[in-house]
Design a binder for this molecule. Structure first.
Ligand code: NAD
Length: 268
């Protein structure tokens, strides 16, 4: 991407904060938003990974900064947002993307495991939306995009905590959108619900590793799992980032409390 492209991009003059941007969907989103001219704060619990994403953006001619952020910590959210406002003066776009998956039958799940999934997937989205809204109010508005999941729409056995946490993100985001609208904040809040996406998130799950021992590769697993997807494949992270870009840009100025399902037809 050339400097010329960045200056004329769909997000020129805007600043963005993306959580979980060391990897997968968050990383692809950070690169795409930077390509469209936004200054991007790349936040992740994995600081080295966040730094790598920043390195890629800078080498492509974009502007980015890395933050170590555990989205479950309100103190860390405050620190990051305060620092960002001091550095760039405003926050226009927030993508609450950080999330973890977890698969275990509910009768075997400990309360600590249940709470961990909710802490990252739901508390993290709540804290980000709360502090992001306060920061955006100071700048006259903005766009918040919360990453939910097709698993928050369609149930899957063995994924009770994950499915329930993602369903909660969908409803939480609609309430946040209504409160911002009611307040005349000029802040929009929307969700993106991806179906299966080819990222490293799958690697943490036992059933995935068992399957890989049979099929031989992650690609073969994705292929096998996509047989009940109408488009017969999983998504590339960039295909989810494209939907996030739309919701981040002024092209979606009349879109709030909406749910964009990007799942190859899976939940139809
Ligand atoms: P990923 O594992 O590639 O990336 C997730 C990132 O979040 C990682 O960089 C990780 O370090 C970071 N993270 C984890 N816990 C964190 C915390 N407490 N604080 C800050 N960062 C933290 O996964 P992905 O597939 O890119 O997932 C991104 C989002 O998309 C998640 O919310 C996930 O639930 C959702 N999603 C993924 C899929 C899929 O099939 N991959 C499908 C639907 C929804």
């Amino acid at each position: 991407m050339s400097q010329h492209n960045i200056q004329r991009g769909r997000l020129a003059e805007k600043t963005a904060l993306i959580t979980g941007a060391a990897s997968g969907i968050g990383k692809a989103t950070a690169i795409l938003l930077a390509h469209e001219g936004a200054k991007v704060a790349v936040a992740d619990i994995d600081k080295d990974g966040a730094q790598n994403t920043v390195g890629e953006i800078v080498s492509l001619g974009g502007t980015a900064v890395a933050y170590a952020l555990d989205v479950t910590s309100e103190q860390e959210w405050q620190r990051v947002i305060d620092d960002l406002l001091e550095k760039w003066g405003r926050l226009d776009i927030l993508v609450n993307n950080a999330g973890i998956s977890f698969a275990k039958p509910l009768v075997e799940m400990s309360l600590a495991e249940w709470r961990k999934v909710f802490a990252v997937n739901l508390d993290g989205v709540f804290l980000g939306t709360k502090h992001g809204t306060n920061a955006m109010r100071k700048g006259g508005g903005g766009s918040i995009i919360n990453v939910a999941s097709a698993s928050g729409i369609k149930a899957g056995a063995g994924a009770s905590a994950y499915c329930a946490s993602k369903a909660a993100v969908r409803m939480f985001s609609k309430v946040a959108a209504l409160e911002c609208a009611q307040n005349g904040d000029n802040i929009r809040v929307n969700t993106v619900s991806p179906g299966g996406v080819m990222t490293q998130m799958w690697e943490s799950m036992g059933f995935w590793q068992d399957m890989k021992a049979q099929t031989g590769s992650a690609e073969a697993n994705w292929q096998a799992m996509s047989q009940d997807v109408p488009l017969k494949r999983f998504a590339k992270p960039e295909e989810i980032a494209a939907a996030i870009l739309y919701l981040a840009s002024d092209e979606s100025a009349y879109v709030t409390a909406a749910e964009l399902v990007i799942d190859g037809g899976y939940t139809a």
